[in-house]
Design a protein around this ligand. Structure first.
Ligand code: NAI
Ligand code: MG
Length: 359
């Protein structure tokens, strides 16, 4: 059976970086017997241009049928004047919610070759490889009731509700253990159980799910301590699982430990493990069309898709190893360039990774 992959180039640098992902997938198919079929569709501003909608119905239909979806990026100044519901970013929010992508995986990987890109000392971050799993469809960002109201004494107050049901906690916890099984088998659940009832339930459910995963070492940490530990000694972590808002904040902090936005992939998964894969960066209108965008975040997103949705761990290892080899060779796009390295463009970088694929 062939894996069906839907490619959504989107806007700005999206088409340029996604072209390198397509090159990579074709190489895996032709040289390493990966069974894939690729299809392409429009999203974001490109969706608006083609069909008047940031998420055309035809694109959503194809996404539902696909085993994995790869997205470039959406948005750009050309679309800034559009009404809110036609904006490119709406297409991204809509596909995430339509596909019920509740598990957001954000790795923070610092290749040892790029250790000088980080603001932290190389011995603290060099070789960093941690995964933050953020719950994406619950918590305070969606909880009811919410609003701004005026009290009887005339004072206004704003309020949101941080709420999680047991099934919501259980499915994200399960994803956390499954991911830990595919990595270093250590899971740290981050909460605020010393203050929040919702965190007490979270802990109880995570402990219960843990019984199904005796091979994973589970720990718990309060979110304030986790923020501190991420900066003090980030290599202590393998997989972190946490609720939506804590994960929003911690994953951005963790991404910046590596200092290179062009290097970081992400995934958003549904309950069946199907998912949407994308670089964490945006459409970079300032460098679009110049052939200088770093395609590695997108190629590493392909690796994540192979590992987490397609069950092709060996192919994922192959891609990640090839990226490592290209960095060893000293090839760098401008965003990660440093003295003594060779400056290359988007296409050369993509071709170098394909050339470095090995058994
Ligand atoms: P951005 O991530 O597009 O760019 C920030 C800076 O990083 C820019 O200087 C850019 O040139 C650089 N950069 C980003 N990706 C790069 C790459 N692969 N290689 C080299 N340099 C890279 O964020 P910004 O400028 O805030 O947003 C631009 C547009 O992208 C906006 O329309 C925004 O709404 C959209 N956006 C889309 C996202 C998505 O599709 N998931 C996520 C974030 C922003
Ligand atoms: Mg954020």
């Amino acid at each position: 059976m062939s894996h069906k992959i839907l490619i959504l180039p989107g806007d700005g640098i999206g088409p340029e970086i996604v072209a390198e992902a397509t090159r990579l997938l074709h190489a895996l198919k032709d040289r390493f017997a990966l069974a894939v079929e690729l299809e392409e569709a429009a999203i974001g501003g490109a969706g608006y241009d083609a069909a008047g909608e940031p998420l055309p119905q035809a694109t959503l239909d194809l996404a539902r049928e696909a085993d994995g979806v790869l997205l470039g990026a959406v948005g750009g100044p050309r679309y800034d004047q559009l009404p809110w519901e036609k904006r490119p970013e709406r297409g991204l929010l809509a596909i995430r919610s339509q596909l019920e992508l509740f598990a957001n995986l954000r790795p923070a990987i610092l290749y040892p070759q790029l250790a000088s890109a980080s603001a932290l000392k190389p011995d603290i971050v060099g070789g960093l490889d941690l995964m933050i799993l953020r719950e994406l469809t619950g918590g305070a960002y969606f909880g009811q009731p919410r609003g701004i109201r005026t009290r009887e004494d005339g004072v206004r107050e704003g309020f949101n509700t941080l709420i999680y049901s047991e099934p919501e906690i259980e499915r994200i916890a399960r994803s956390g253990f499954e991911i830990a099984m595919k990595r270093g088998r250590r899971l740290c659940s981050v909460d605020k159980a010393n203050v929040l009832e919702v965190s007490q339930l979270w802990r109880e459910v995570v402990e219960r799910v843990a019984r199904d995963y005796p091979d994973v070492a589970l720990s718990h940490m309060y979110v304030d301590n986790a923020a501190m530990q991420l900066v003090r000694a980030p290599k202590q972590f393998d997989v972190i699982v946490t609720e939506n808002m804590f994960g929003d904040i911690l994953s951005d902090a963790a991404a910046m430990l590596t200092g290179s936005i062009g290097m970081l992939p992400s995934a958003s998964l549904d309950a069946q493990g199907k998912g949407l894969y994308e670089p964490i960066h945006g459409s970079a209108p300032d460098i679009a069309g110049q052939g200088m965008a770093n395609p590695l975040a997108t190629l590493l997103s392909v690796a994540m898709m192979l590992r987490y949705s397609l069950g092709e761990a060996a192919q994922a290892d192959r891609v990640e190893a090839a990226v490592g080899r290209v960095l060893d060779q000293g090839q760098r796009t401008p965003d990660i360039w440093s003295e003594g390295c060779a400056k290359v463009g988007t296409r050369e970088m993509g071709e170098a990774v394909v050339a470095a694929l090995a058994d």
